[in-house]
Design a protein around this ligand. Sequence first.
Ligand SMILES: *Cc1c(COP(=O)(O)O)cnc(C)c1O
Length: 377
Amino acid sequence: MDRKRIYLSSPTMHGEEQEYVKEAFDTNWVAPLGPNVNAFEKEIAAYTDCGHAAALSSGTAAIHLALKLLDIKQGDVVFVSDLTFSASCNPIIYENASPVFIDAEPDTWNMSPEALKKAFEKYPSPKAVICVHLYGTPAKLKEIMEICGEHGVPLIEDAAESLGSTYQGKHTGTFGKYGIYSFNGNKIITTSGGGMFVSAEEEAAKKVTFYATQSRDPARHYQHSRIGYNYRMSNVTAGIGRGQLLHLEEHKAGKKEIYRQYQEAFADMPEITMNPLNPESDANCWLSCMTIGEGCAVTPDEVMDALEGINAESRPIWKPMHLQPFFAAYDFIAHNEDGSSVGEDIFNRGLCLPSDIKNTDEDMELIIRTVRECFKK
Ligand SMILES: *Cc1c(COP(=O)(O)O)cnc(C)c1O
């Protein structure tokens, strides 16, 4: 195969990243603290208007420490989106707590408020709700916040995929008690690996920073009154993040344009539906996804194979957590009255299309033509 690879979503670097990294080297701030870390936190806080931020080694670490702040422990129940990447729920297991998976709804593919209500009837006192904004599309936050508020249960927003997305004009990640972002390699901006914990509460961000640096008490003699973690972001990777953040709006515009092109290209095909965008939101369109109409003989595997044939990377929809062997023992609350799973249906009929902002017009034409061909049988 000598055709160049078309990626799902690969890092897009601009040059400023290297300048911040060079500065870290020049000043010998090659450590898990330093001026880039502090500045990156301030810049994310300013961009999202989240209040306070703590830069960490990953988005997963940020979810883990959000659960630590809420004192989640063995026997506690945590409600979490079912249609997501496993990092949303793994930290619940790190604390020996029990996830209860909440089905998706068809309008945004995110946590179903109806299923969430049912979950509260069955489990009246969960310790937290973790809600994901899948593929960059904000969840039905108004409804979810209302339900959580009625029950007095804190909301953690897993905004790993939705940095830059807004809902009713406000950034995702800033609605819940705590929010998290990820800067993993294929996210909308990257630090190679990294994450951010955000909260309106300064005390929360301070505590997270404390836990992330081994919970060292303010004493000379290395004293620890509670368990600690080595989760801090390094000053070198924070430099990459600062350079990337300068281009986040541009990345978002590029992602939205990709989505628009797919939507337009498939508008005449009843067999193809693009992933939904919440009308109350401005989504970052991190990944453009499609589903194949019920009853259509074409499978997502066939489309993914055809794309592989032109050396283009695609990906299945995240496999719902309640279908994962590891999580099989935990409860699942369906959206539909008949108990069938919306997330499972999306997984069975969907796929993620190449959504790399470096795709050329020729790349996009070739992808679109290849997908259309699959349905001409
Ligand atoms: C990427 C991702 C995470 C985890 O972020 P890392 O930085 O890779 O640890 C969490 N949740 C979702 C939905 C993600 O897509």
